[in-house]
Design a protein. Structure first.
Length: 197
């Protein structure tokens, strides 16, 4: 028997999966909206506009919120120490956090921002425009990059506490929601293995 799913608004309940029987488990669908590493790299490679491509690379390799990306100025990036200061608006107040920059992101970001003044926005577009571009090029939304970053992090067996800090979640329980997806993905792979004819 193939996988059986019951779809309800905003959730999927997994009932049975081939020969393995699971207890009914409810999981938010939003946590499953992500690209695999191969999918995301292929889609980004197909983007021709340099600014659009850089925005997608930035979102994918940093895991930041779209509002943090579009608020980023060149002066917020410390290329010497491989960190950047992000700001976002919450409850009508700006909050800040400092996060590391992956070396591969730093290299392309340094070239991309080379001609910008320090007070220039790195991505001078609106949040709505970023959503339009992501839909147009990636058939998704900017938050899907954040989910993809988190899933990729966990698949690489990286530390959950550090992921929590990088993503800037106020509660680690929010970050822990991503742990639900990794065992389910592994279950799908397990079901490809044959134990008898």
């Amino acid at each position: 028997m193939d996988n059986e799913f019951i779809n309800k608004p905003n959730e999927v309940i997994i009932l049975r999966n081939k020969d393995l029987t699971f207890s009914p488990q409810s999981v938010k669908v939003d946590n499953y909206k992500y690209w695999t590493r191969d999918e995301i790299n292929y889609l980004i490679q197909e983007v021709k506009n340099p600014m659009h491509k850089m925005l997608f690379i930035f979102l994918w390799r940093s895991g930041v919120r779209i509002t943090e990306a579009i608020n980023l100025k060149k002066q917020d990036i410390d290329f010497k120490n491989n960190v950047m200061t992000l700001k976002w608006l919450k409850s009508r107040k700006y909050k800040y956090r400092v996060v590391p920059i992956h070396q591969t992101l730093k290299d392309v970001l340094e070239v991309f921002t080379a001609t910008l003044n320090l007070d220039c926005l790195v991505f001078p577009i609106s949040r709505q425009r970023a959503w339009q571009l992501t839909q147009e090029h990636m058939k998704g939304n900017p938050h899907k990059f954040r989910h993809s970053f988190a899933i990729n992090w966990l698949r690489c067996n990286a530390d959950l506490v550090i992921l929590h800090k990088i993503l800037g979640h106020s509660k680690i329980q929010t970050t822990m929601e991503y742990l639900k997806i990794v065992p389910i993905d592994q279950g799908k792979e397990l079901n490809k293995i044959y134990f008898s004819d």
